[in-house]
Design a protein around this ligand. Sequence first.
Ligand SMILES: Cc1ncc(COP(=O)(O)O)c(C=O)c1O
Length: 408
Amino acid sequence: MLKRGYFSNFGGAFLPEVLTATFDELEQVFEDAKADPGFWKEYEHVMSTYSCRPTPLTFAENLTRHFGGAKIYIKREDLNHTGAHKANNVMGQGLLVKRMGKSRVIAETGAGQHGVATATMAARYGFDCTIYMGEVDVQRQRPNVFWMQRLGAEVIPVKDGTRILKDAINEAFRDWVSNMEHTHYVLGTACGPHPFPEMVSYFQSIIGKEVRSQILEAQGCLPKRVYACVGGGSNAMGLFSGFLNDPVQLVGVEAGGHGLNSGKHASRLCSQDASVGVAQGYKTYFLQNSDGQMLDTHSIAAGLDYVGVSPILADLKENGRARFEAATDSEVVAAVDLAMRKEGLIPALESAHAFARAFQEAAEMNPEDSLIINQSGRGDKDIFTVADAFNDPAWQQFIKQKAEQYNA
Ligand SMILES: Cc1ncc(COP(=O)(O)O)c(C=O)c1O
């Protein structure tokens, strides 16, 4: 039998002793909630009345025609409240926080989507809220910082390390150790010590449950392949969980950055730069050197720019159940452009990794086959990065005018 919290060789809970009681409490409340027949119903009720569940499945007719291969469907997680799948996890953990009777939540965020979702949940449930965010991400996802602050959260820019997601996670753990009696750490992805990978995947499984019945209703049979981008792995786990026992190919797409041989990427499951190790309380593939020092990562998408990956996905890779690929920054920008022009969809840069790979493979597939891409979030937050990538002169003029207005 597998040890608790392990997925074959991956996972576990490598914790400082001081956190053991808090993790035991969390595990217990999660197990109780799962065993309570009313809990999932309560969760679905929250998600259908406060977010936008069930999110639609859109047939991308124009893209399908454009590639001339498999029928392309898009699962619309961008239509959740706050614009991403992050709401699924956050509202679920919020219900657990209420059960534990805690009064404060903290979270890390990269792209800011998880931070904004946590800040809305805290406002709604009346919790105090602190968000840790790497200083680099504060700069590149400025609109989300604005919203978190307006929602009443304190946003703390993290100046340690490379000042991105992994550094924000370290800082959140530091806070938790000092404040655990009344504080819950709302970890944003299917990573970290047990029970987080399992718990976050449980809440995200709402994506897979919905989409499986939606595709069966739309076309009477299962898709051949499903695609999700992979940061920590939560939207991928949500999508994949609907098809784990079906003859459906699961494809995870990581950040290829400037290319897998460039040393500037965040690909843990399909590059040679990652190896199995223990960090941030769990065992998985990390981008690290032979001394176990974490390597710098790069992605155009802040939400994929992370050194570790879900231990559950590491297991799915190892046992051959899922395939992992990478999309480069420039392929991703081209995919955003095409999705906008052909379908009027504006995927987040993170989600566009899945689009980019699916676009490459769709043309080689049969017209009788179908594929599903998870649009994990909407691209509004990326306006500065995308405008830079397209070198948009009208936008640059607008920014200059705004700067002059503030300097006047
Ligand atoms: C829109 C969007 N998609 C995907 C991700 C990646 O996270 P995960 O791999 O946990 O789904 C993020 C992370 O911030 C995100 O904002």
